[in-house]
Each structure stands twice: as structure tokens, then as C-alpha cells.
Design a protein around this ligand. Sequence first.
Ligand code: SF4
Ligand code: SF4
Length: 193
Amino acid sequence: MKHLTWDMDFRPEADREKIFGGLVEGRECGDCSACCTHLTIRTPEFQKPEGIACEHCANPGCGIYEERFPVCREWQCLWKHIGAMPEEARPDKLKIIFSLQRPNDPPHPFAKLYIGGWAFDGVEAYGTELGRNLIAMFSQGDLPVWLSTPDGLGHLVHPEPNIVDMVTERQKPKNKTERKEAKAWAAGIKRQL
Ligand code: SF4
Ligand code: SF4
């Protein structure tokens, strides 16, 4: 499997509005600039690699805020959209950026549109109480959830492996419930194309 992408990009913009609604009122980035450092940007106007602070970072904030690039105006992490994520889940505090990702070249059938967790300071962040609670919250939904791994490949934590095997026809459903669940995921993935 190829590496997952952890991008700041335009592609999931419409999906994000549709799935999560607008931004949480009054929720500001404040001192956080996690996305400006830890995500990859590859837009026509601006590119930067993952893990390197953008040259325009003013710590905190953006040194070219008024003239920042279109992607910087549009892109938002999920903490800005989901009121149920507490203040401590702001990415610079949690050390995880949760975002909606839609890679150009999905490396897996369940990676066309997914919630990605990027633990930029190490995967230990997933084991904190809040990290675990948020992963459990996202895993109740009908979008795949991938978490970053140190090797960059990513780990699919939702849905369960047996669902993946049924959808990819490596395993047959054992009963009606499994068949129904696999069918629902297969339809969801088809809609995400
Ligand atoms: S990671 Fe989220 S909260 Fe932090 S600067 Fe980016 S959009 Fe703002
Ligand atoms: S231009 Fe500003 S908003 Fe965009 S990545 Fe750089 S620091 Fe962040």
C-alpha cells in the first residue's frame, strides 16, 4: 500500500460543508498553526512539504494573512467544524490534526474520502483519553477513519477489517447483518467517487 496523504487542499471542501456543516461559531485558530507546519501543500499557487513550517508562519499566525493563498483561506481542520470536540482538541494541544482527506490517487478503496488523524508529534497522542474518545466518536460515523503511522502508511481503524474484506470480496458475509453492513459501506464508497 502507498502512503496516505495528509494534505491541506481544496478537494474535500464541499464534502466538509455537507457532512459537518459550517464552522463552530467563535472558534478561532488562536495560537495554533499546526496545519501550516505539519501538512503537505501542493496547490498551483503554493507548495510545501509535510513537517516543515511554512515560510510565512509568524508564530503565532500567518505573516501574510491578508494575502494568504486560496487554500489557506478555504482549508479547515475538523476541530473548527465540530462543536463536540473540546478546546483541548485544538490540534496544537492534542498533537493530532483531524481532517477530511480526499486524495487525488487513493491508495486503498477505503481511502477515497476519509477522516484522517495525523499525530504529528508521535502516535502516543492516540492513546490519551481525549485521543481515544475522539477516535471512538469518529468511528461511529459512516466515513472511514485512518490514523497516521510512523511509517506513513496509515492504519484503517474504522470500519472493522471484516467489513473491508467483505467489500473487497476477500471474505463472504456470514449472515444477513454482515451482508447489510457490507452493502451499506460499498454503496457509501461508490457515492464518494
Ligand atoms: S490545525 Fe486547525 S486550528 Fe490549527 S491553525 Fe490549522 S485550521 Fe486552525
Ligand atoms: S501562507 Fe500563512 S496560512 Fe498559509 S500555510 Fe503559510 S503560514 Fe499558514
